[in-house]
Structure formats: C-alpha cells, structure tokens
Design a protein around this ligand. Structure first.
Ligand code: FAD
Length: 433
C-alpha cells in the first residue's frame, strides 16, 4: 500500500513538467486534480548554477510554457510580466529574449499560479518500479528519499539530463571540480581574496560564461581556458536553420531514417552546442584585449589541446594537456577545475535503471514520448527532454515544450497507450546505450 495514490505523477518541476501542468489545467481539469508534481528542491529553481545577472535566455519569450499551444493562456510570459508590473519596461527594452533570471522567476510564478495541479517541494524520487498485475503493467511505485511511496497509473519523467564529466577528470576529488550546474553556490562559498589558479574546460557557451564570470567572482584568480577546438566560435543564428527548432519539425525529424537524423543533428550542432552567443563573444574578447593591454596577463586561452590525464596532488590538481597538432605534452597545475562540458547524450541513469526494472532491452519512445513497453499495459511512462536522437535538437529546449506537453496529454486522454503493442516505436540503440 503506497503512502499516496495519484492518477498522474510527474517527477521534477522544471519547465517540461510545468508546461504539462499548464496543459493539464487548461485541457483536462479532472486529471489535473488527480495529478502531482514532485520536486527535489525547496522551490522551482531554473538553472540555479548559472543565473548570472546579465545572462540572457537564447529563446524568444513567445516560446514560453504555453503560448505556441494556446496564445490566450493566462500562464503566458506576457501575463507574468503584466502580473509583476514589468510589461511596459519589457516592451520598451525591445528584445525578444528575456534575462535568464526572469525566466526562472516566470517558472516560479507559473508553479504558484497553478490552481489544480499540486506541486510538492523537497521531495526527491530515488527509485521507480513497475507494478504488474497478472502480466499486465498497471502502474508505478515511486519511492522518495524519505522512504515514502507514491503510486500512479501515469508517470512523467522531467528530471533533466545527467551532467557530463569527461572520463579523464572523473577520478579527481569533487571539492576541486565544479560543473557549471553548481557554479554559483559553490563559488560563493569560496574565499574571495585568494589567487586561485582556475582551469575552465570546454569551448561552448557554458565554458565561456564560466571564464567570464570567475574573473569577477574570484577577483584575484588567474583563469585559463582549455579547449580542443581551434578557438571559440559564435553559434549559428540563421533564421532558416532556426525553423528546425519549430515544434512542427519534430514530426519530420521523427519520420526521417536514423542515418538522416544523425546527419541533421550533426549539422545542427553549431546552432546550439558548439558555439558562444555573439554578445558573450564580444565581451570575452574585450576582457582578453584589456588584460593584454594592461600587461597583467592574467587570462590565458589554450586551444587545440586535449586533457589527457589528471591527478590530485596534495592541495592542487595536475592536468596533463596534449597539443593534438604536434603531440607535445605539458603539465598545467591548478587549484580549481570548472567544467563547461555540458550534459551526457546518454539516457539519464534513472531512466536506464527504470528500463532495467521493466526488463526492456532498448529504451525507445513513441512519437508522443511514451516509453515503449512491449507488454500488455494499462499504464504508461513518458520521457521529457531526453529524446534528441529521435525528436531532434530542440528536445531539451523550451522551444517545443508547450507542444510536447500537449502531445503527452493527448496520448493519455485518447487512451492510445492502452494499445502499446500496436504502437510504432522508433528504436535508437545509441540513445539507449
Ligand atoms: C545554463 C543553461 C541555460 C539554458 N538556457 C536555455 C535557454 O535560454 N533556452 C532554452 O530553450 N533552453 C535553455 N537551456 C536548456 C534547458 O535544458 C531547458 O531550458 C530546460 O531547463 C529543460 O527543462 P526540463 O524541465 O526538461 O529539465 P530541468 O530544467 O533540468 O528540470 C528538471 C527538474 O527536475 C528536478 N529533479 C531532478 N531529479 C529529481 C528527482 N530525483 N526527484 C525530484 N525532482 C528532481 C530538478 O531539481 C529540476 O527542477 C539552458 C540550459 C542551461 C544549462
């Protein structure tokens, strides 16, 4: 007997499940009343490690949790601005992209504005098991960190992706290695007056932001950026390729042959992962220029190098870096390693564990994000934001969330999941690996 029984349990109160909550309230109020979102943090906190005062979202405010699905919704970013008295100022700023901090606040406001869907904070799921009744999958039991259990017929996982720590750095003591997702709270806890040597790993937007910010956050530090690429590049911003971020492109992408999908993803990398926002690029270049002008030489950028070994040595870290042009190897000693290395492309560990529990050989989802379970079933599980291989590069982004919430909800409401065996899965061994 579980401690709580709900029809739909959504794990994680990030944008994905908040978009689902909004869709539930607007389109399925009865189900909304029997839905619960659990969140491990004490409040909705979007990107808490990277909320730099001047950081902008790279997505139009019109791609909020709902507008592309229902432009008349009360949960829109515009209504949030109106409710908080900033509508005129935002309009006057003349920008489509809000500050990251106000996106975070909008998400908090949305959660607080829900009237039917319950959100519980400080509740971390640690395990999910399928419930079988005579060979039919009939639901899920979710166990929380405090030992309590929640039973549900529908389960929606919106817990984000696992962070990526390069293999070579995994053995280092965690107290000297900071991933971008934990940057702000961990750096805030350090003394400001020490001349830390800092190595920033990576060549994309996160690494650029870390390199830029640490100069102010640890004013005496000496940062070095190490990247494999030939140098920093701005990300591609063509309006033509941006059409591939439209929710409607998900159908096209999903219907494409696996090799074609892989090619599209590779060609689209410079639009999202392998680049730096143009504004940040200018600011960074100016920082480096001024550093040279002052003769201080506090900043260093090492391009075309791989980190090939790393070890803790007393109070410092010794990195071995290899110039891939010549094979020359040298050592870089540092007090702190900041990782701008992003997220793993693999299915998150929690999803892989669940798949094992169900006995799935592959992890695949239908077009409507439902986990394919080749067994009779009256229950279903949906995966948000981890289906880039089958649903396209926008899968982890705000761009498709309003529509994805609707896709998932309609799959639940129309009962398509009851016919699991008839669904046409798209198998992606790479994603399941
Ligand atoms: C620095 C940064 C900036 C970004 N900026 C943009 C942008 O401008 N535009 C854009 O489209 N995308 C951006 N992204 C991409 C980002 O992935 C999406 O915006 C979005 O956050 C994905 O939402 P999500 O709900 O799927 O996952 P997440 O935002 O990761 O939310 C997951 C939630 O689940 C909770 N959770 C995790 N595990 C558990 C558990 N076991 N139990 C309970 N709760 C749990 C987490 O605490 C979190 O609240 C950015 C990403 C980063 C890292």
């Amino acid at each position: 007997m579980a401690d709580r029984d709900v029809e739909l349990l959504a794990i994680g109160a990030g944008p994905s499940n908040l978009a689902l909550a909004v869709a539930l309230e607007e389109l399925a109020p009865d189900l909304a009343r029997n839905a619960l979102i659990i969140e491990r943090n004490q409040e909705v906190s979007w990107q808490p490690g990277m909320l730099f005062p001047e950081a902008l979202s790279n997505t139009s405010f019109l791609k909020d949790l709902v507008t592309l699905r229902n432009p008349r919704s009360r949960f829109s970013f515009l209504n949030y601005l109106h409710s908080t008295g900033r509508l005129h100022h935002f309009v006057n700023m003349g920008s489509l992209t809000p500050y990251r901090a106000e996106v975070a606040d909008y998400l908090r406001w949305t959660a607080q504005s829900l009237a039917l869907v319950e959100v519980q904070y400080g509740r971390r799921s640690v395990d999910v098991s399928p419930v079988w009744t005579g060979g039919t999958l009939t639901g899920w039991t979710t166990t929380l960190a405090d030992g309590q259990t929640i039973a549900s017929r529908y389960l929606v996982l919106g817990t984000g992706r696992d962070i990526r720590i390069p293999e070579v750095l995994r053995g280092l003591k965690r107290e000297r290695v900071v991933h971008s997702t934990e940057y702000q709270p961990r750096i805030a806890a350090l003394r400001k007056d020490l001349p830390y040597r800092v190595v920033v790993v990576g060549g994309g937007q996160s690494a650029a932001e870390l390199f830029y910010s640490v100069q102010t956050d640890l004013p005496e530090c000496r940062p070095t950026m190490v990247m494999r690429s030939v140098g920093l590049n701005t990300y591609e911003t063509s309006k033509f390729t941006n059409e591939l971020f439209f929710p409607s492109f998900v159908d096209e992408f999903h219907a494409a042959r696996p090799e074609a999908r892989a090619q599209i993803l590779a060609e689209m990398r410079p639009t999202n992962y392998a680049g730096v926002a143009p504004g940040m690029m200018d600011s960074l270049y100016r920082q480096v220029y001024l550093d040279r002008l002052s003769g201080r030489s506090r900043l260093q950028m090492i391009t075309m190098h791989d980190i090939t070994a790393a070890r803790d040595e007393g109070d410092e870290i010794a990195l071995e870096i290899t110039d891939w042009r010549t094979g020359a190897v040298r050592e870089l000693r540092t007090d702190l390693v900041l990782l701008g290395t992003g997220f793993s492309a693999r299915m998150p560990r929690s999803v892989r564990r669940l798949a094992e529990r169900i006995g799935l050989p592959d992890i695949a989802v239908t077009r409507d994000y439902r986990l394919v379970i080749d067994r009779p079933s009256t229950a279903a599980c949906y995966l948000h934001g981890v289906n880039e291989q089958t649903h396209g590069i926008a899968d982890s982004l705000l761009s498709v969330m309003a529509n994805r919430a609707n896709d998932i909800l309609q799959d639940v409401l129309t009962g398509d999941h009851l016919d699991t065996l008839a669904a046409a899965p798209v198998t992606t061994p790479a994603a399941a690996a």
